[in-house]
Design a protein around this ligand. Structure first.
Ligand SMILES: *[C@@H]1O[C@H](CO)[C@@H](O)[C@H](O)[C@H]1NC(C)=O
Ligand SMILES: *[C@@H]1O[C@H](CO)[C@@H](O)[C@H](O)[C@H]1NC(C)=O
Length: 219
């Protein structure tokens, strides 16, 4: 092996190592669990009761429910690489296209039916119509959605996510409802449309969806 070849191979090995270590996911912890130093830890620390009200609710939800138990709401999850999302759909409710950058999501339909789908990095769409009891997995970091197509009945699902802090990028907001607006020309050129269409989209998204999010959507 010539010195030049050796340098190229070394460089490739370094790049590969960097790619490996920059994979997005929860780091392993060196203790059984992570608790704030001053916290008195007993069973209560590992208990989360924030979903009682919605799970107790019977009949159709009165608004679109998006409840999450991640590290922010349930600190005991810190370092444990798991979290949960509970979704309650009225007839016709959609969970708009979104991304969890740090976690795959395993969804179980516990009542009703859902149209679900995700798009891979080659822009291939994978969809499924789920019945009560069916599960579907959304791979980490890929854009996905859920829709209750049923015009009469509600639908409920519970998801497990492989991160205590999965992240939520709500795609429509991420492009058209940012704190400082992305330049209209950038969006018009990117979407092969005109500035007025972009402004219509921005205007439409500046107010909340016609469905109340049961828990604040955090990014
Ligand atoms: C656990 O600790 C909390 C304080 O952090 C206390 O309020 C609670 O009563 C304790 N629970 C039990 C079962 O000991
Ligand atoms: C757009 O952002 C504003 C301000 O953060 C927020 O009040 C509104 O609900 C967002 N729109 C949507 C569709 O979520």
């Amino acid at each position: 092996m010539s010195f030049t070849t050796f340098k190229i191979v070394s460089f490739m090995v370094c790049v590969f190592a960097m790619v490996q270590t920059s994979i997005s996911g929860d780091p392993d912890i060196l203790s059984d669990f992570v608790a704030p130093p001053s916290a008195l830890v007993n069973g209560s620390f590992f208990t989360y009761t924030g979903m009682r009200e919605v799970i107790r609710e019977t009949g159709s939800p009165s608004y679109f429910q998006y409840l999450r138990a991640s590290r922010d709401e349930f600190p005991a999850l810190d370092g444990l690489s798991v979290s949960t999302i509970f979704l309650g759909f009225r007839p016709g409710d959609v969970s708009p296209p979104h991304i969890h950058i740090r976690a795959s999501e395993l969804l179980l339909v516990v009542q009703g039916s859902l149209l679900v789908g995700f798009v891979d990095t080659n822009n291939q769409l994978y969809t499924s119509r789920l019945q009560t009891g069916d599960m579907f997995v959304f791979p980490k970091g890929l854009i996905h959605f859920q829709l209750n197509e049923d015009t009469q009945n509600p639908a409920y699902s519970i998801s497990s996510l492989g991160s205590s802090s999965p992240g939520l990028t709500l795609v429509p907001n991420n492009l058209f409802n940012t704190s400082a607006s992305i330049d209209d020309n950038v969006l018009a050129l990117s979407f092969k449309t005109d500035v007025s269409t972009i402004q219509l989209l921005k205007q439409a998204l500046s107010t909340p969806y016609n469905q109340v999010i049961g828990h604040p959507l955090k990014h």
